[in-house]
Ligand binder design. Structure first.
Ligand code: M6R
Length: 625
């Protein structure tokens, strides 16, 4: 029986709650805690969030105040006369589930004496929740976070630090949490497991935060917690213990960054920060969605059992960068699953009379989930009675609320107007969808793509850490009035995204072509020194692209080749500059190929002194037609 489509709701896995890139602050010391907590949260606002809350340790329990929406909603209701000297604060940015008061952090245990805040994903929260409920614990939110205070409560009689070590043993996933207890009124406990936490040493007390930005007005002396470590801080002492529970010494680092630099993690622009964050975003995107046998866990992805079987055809709609992700997904879905796919730019789709046959699923892809044209396309498809799914990065966005299924990209907040990590995580989610469709619809034997997707974070991180300057190529591109990008097959779509990046932030005219199409007109524009970026992410059709490059070279064009390391030698006689990317399975190579193209655009734009994060005439979210 085909799946029944209904609006995403609390009983629908598309709305499963996972908190992800949140802001965390904590204080213990001689000063009242609340002013720091509120200021610290304000300094973390740039990260994006959908609710905020604080917990203050008081003699008779923990005072908690929290509110959905802006920090100002919390400030309006919090009792500012509370003198507590110990507290924690949180801004929540959910990747799944509704941003409500109940789901806002902090969360408390059954007694109201323990409170916790958390960033990241607890993969085994369902099992833990069931176990704790069976033992009599009562939950009051849909979050994964709430298992933390109840796990700490389950260790009644132990110190808060020992209870936190127990919780760390029980929790699976990538996360960081802070907790306080009215039974240990001086202490804040912190656990870091793959989500950043920094400890600040102040004159009057000690601090904790997910991000140095929150601490800078108070202290520049910090200790960075490593993965697996747990810290207990009081106003006078700091104790850090490693995974085995052994006390470790940690050197104090003095931070020289300005507050603005710190909000960008020390990078000169959000765009560069977001480019460099991609391997982590890829890990977050895949986390918990792959089973032990390399199967895709559909419910974790945002789908329901039976959703894929009834899909006969897919209509993808999106704008800008998201449209380019769709063009790549079209190739993947058609090639791997043999399911026909049509891709339309949303602003065109909305005014067409699309022929959507029965069995068509419309998939709208949008980072913001607020793009007016894409939302209009969604309405059109829904009014025509078709199931509509979304791939988006923003929980609670209009798109997420409007569609029947939501597949979240989990890229974390993307601040730069120029989309980078949102794009590559869209590709990852679409690759998972394509692979899942192939599992249902294709009878052709094929090697699993999953191990290759899983190797991407490592390959990407290694490549980014070795980033070399492109020197003369940057100068050549920056001084050219026009740049051309070419590629064949899926690399044509990769090239389209590359040229958009360059155009958008450097203001240099750029165009992308299927490599074989140049000779049908555009070759007339190639003359001495005109830069041509040739994308060959996997080396597929390499001899054909080589011929096209020769046509360019014969007219004096200057070629910059993006090609797997193992094939880089093929470009020795042709390319002025070769950017080798890691050699990997050709199906996932387009995701890696995005990295050099993003960095090329970034380097060119910065060499021209452009306002990279806020390019002229553009908005992060295009909410008008
Ligand atoms: O939020 P969306 O993904 O729907 O936005 C679509 C485009 O406006 C967006 O991708 C735009 O092209 C980017 N600025 C490109 O970097």
């Amino acid at each position: 029986m085909p799946p029944q489509y209904r609006q995403a709701g609390p009983d629908n896995p598309s709305r499963k709650v996972i908190t992800h890139v949140c802001g965390i602050v904590g204080y213990t010391g001689a000063d009242p805690a609340l002013p720091f907590l509120l200021e610290g949260l304000e300094r973390l606002e740039y990260r994006g969030y959908d609710s905020a809350g604080v917990a203050l340790v008081e003699p008779d329990g923990v005072y908690v105040e929290k509110a959905a929406g802006r920090l100002s909603s919390l400030v309006a209701i919090v009792d500012k006369s509370r003198p507590a000297h110990v507290g924690i604060g949180h801004t929540r940015w959910a990747t799944h589930g509704p941003p409500t008061d109940d789901n806002a952090h902090p969360h408390t245990d059954c007694t109201g004496r323990i409170a916790a805040i958390h960033n990241g994903i607890i993969e085994n929260y369902r099992e833990l929740r069931a176990e704790l409920q069976a033992a009599g614990h009562v939950f009051s939110s849909e979050t994964d976070t709430e298992v933390i205070p109840h796990l700490l409560e389950a260790r009644a009689g132990y110190s808060l630090g020992d209870a936190a070590l127990y919780a760390r043993q029980r929790l699976e996933g990538a996360y960081a949490f802070l907790a306080v207890s009215a039974d240990e009124p001086d202490a804040v406990v912190a656990v870091r497991q793959a989500s950043p936490l920094v400890l600040g040493l102040g004159e009057t007390g000690n601090y904790l935060a997910s991000d140095i930005t929150a601490l800078l007005p108070y202290t520049r002396d910090v200790m960075i917690l490593d993965n697996g470590e747990m810290a207990v801080i009081t106003g006078r002492d700091v104790e850090i213990r490693d995974g085995a529970g052994t006390v470790v010494e940690r050197a104090v680092s003095h931070i020289e960054w300005t507050a603005e630099e710190a909000s960008r993690g020390g990078y000169p622009h959000f765009m560069l920060k977001e480019i460099m964050e991609q391997p982590d975003a890829w890990s977050d995107c895949l986390r918990g969605r792959i089973g032990a046998d390399d199967s895709i866990l559909l419910e974790e992805l945002g789908l329901c059992p039976g959703d894929l079987e009834s899909v006969d055809r897919i209509q993808l709609i999106a704008a800008g960068t998201a449209y380019h992700a769709c063009l790549i997904a079209q190739r993947w879905i058609e090639e791997w699953a043999r399911v026909p796919v049509r891709v339309d730019v949303s602003s065109e789709f909305r005014y067409q009379r699309p022929i959507l046959s029965p069995g068509t699923v419309v998939v709208a892809v949008s980072q913001s989930g607020e793009t007016a044209d894409t939302l209009a396309g969604v309405s059109l498809a829904k009014d025509a009675g078709f199931p509509v799914w979304a791939v988006t990065n923003v929980v609670g966005s209009t798109l997420a609320r409007e569609v029947h299924r939501v597949l979240y990209t989990r890229a974390g907040p993307e601040v730069s107007v120029c989309s980078t990590k949102a794009y590559t995580t869209q590709l990852l989610v679409l690759a998972l969808l394509a692979d899942a469709l192939a599992g249902v619809h294709s009878t052709e034997p094929r090697a699993s793509v999953i191990p290759h997707l899983q190797s991407l974070p490592g390959l990407g991180a290694e490549w980014l850490s070795e980033r070399r300057s492109l020197g003369p190529a940057i100068t050549r591109v920056a001084s050219s009035p026009s740049v051309f990008y070419i590629g064949r097959g899926v690399d044509y779509a990769v090239a389209l995204e590359g040229q958009l990046k360059l155009k958008e932030i450097s203001y240099i005219h750029a165009e992308a072509y299927p490599a074989g199409e140049l000779k049908h007109g555009t070759l007339a524009l190639i003359e001495q020194g005109v830069p041509v970026v040739a994308v060959m992410s996997s080396g597929a059709l390499l001899p054909k692209v080589r011929s096209n490059i020769m046509e360019v070279r014969a007219r004096g064009g200057s070629v910059l080749a993006v090609i797997p390391e193992s094939l880089a030698g093929e470009m020795d006689d042709l390319a002025e500059t070769t950017i080798p990317i890691p050699t990997t399975d050709e199906r996932v190579a387009p995701i890696l190929a995005a990295l050099p193209l993003q960095l090329l655009a970034y380097d060119v734009a910065t060499s021209l002194g452009r306002d990279v994060d806020k390019p002229r005439n553009l908005a992060k979210s295009v909410t008008v037609e």
